[in-house]
Design a protein around this ligand. Sequence first.
Ligand code: FVH
Length: 295
Amino acid sequence: DTDTADKTPVTLLGLGDMGTALARAWRAAGHPLTVWNRTPQKAGPLAEEGARVAATQTEAVASADGPVILCLLDDASVDEVLDGADLFGKDLVNLTTSTPAQARRRARWAEKRGARLLDGGIMAVPPMIGRPETGGYILYSGDRALFERHRELLEVPAGAKFVGEDAGHAALHDIALLSAMTGMFAGITHAFALVHEEKDLDRAELASLLVEWLGAMAGSAHEIADQLASGDYTEGVTSNLAMMTAGNDTLLASAEDQSVDPRLLTPYMELMSRRVAQGHGDEGLAGLVTLIRRE
Ligand code: FVH
């Protein structure tokens, strides 16, 4: 790959699995690339592919003519790496996974040092980077002007979605999506446990059915969002809590019959029953949100 004169130069700190994938995507798109990693050996293959390897992180930042991308393990490693670097006038894009509070603190921290900051949450795994057909994307929040200025470059590794000027909002969306995914994985685990001892049951077929069913049911997120927005938790309800709670008994009886511990499901089922006991059996799922909020 060769540099393309009209492409914005990129400086990338952190060459773990994700950092390396990002680096390769920018190189492949012709962006002049400077890299730095704490363990210098990891930069070797990228140097052979045409990247410039900075001797220190401070030198990498000082010489940056374009955005400085951080892709490190965690928020503490960002502190460690940027400690002592002169950030005045620099454009920082932090793709290190952070909590929303850490992202907001980082934005204030950057502002005090005269830098602009975009926070990013990567919704992709390394093999999806640089391959738009896989549907990966990166969520960004913070400095909107910075996002617009570098949009073309940010769209190289994966789709780029700006989710707001509150610096914590990319991380908050990232964590919300990962949390929902965790619940989905719990459900899939329970489903496979139910069939675990069945000799003549095709797991691959069950997997296909799960993918189809979960995809169809995920649309209920829109119903919940509409109900939360209007405050009317009965709005547009297709399956109400009373009906679903009655169905839960069948799910639990089946788990018992199939010798499966139902602990992945019962906390959620208990919330549903509590809401019904409060007299809200005609509602959809939105009311459960209020039950798990800590006042
Ligand atoms: N890999 C993935 O599937 C996920 C997908 C979603 C987003 N994450 C986040 O991306 C960040 C980087 O992840 P990664 O996959 O590149 O992680 P590692 O391969 O473990 O590399 C970690 C890099 O961080 C460097 N590092 C760690 N601690 C320090 C420190 N104290 N000072 C300086 N650098 C540090 C490490 O350096 P080295 O060990 O090679 O010297 C790596 O470059 C992450 O936030 C994920 O949550 C990836």
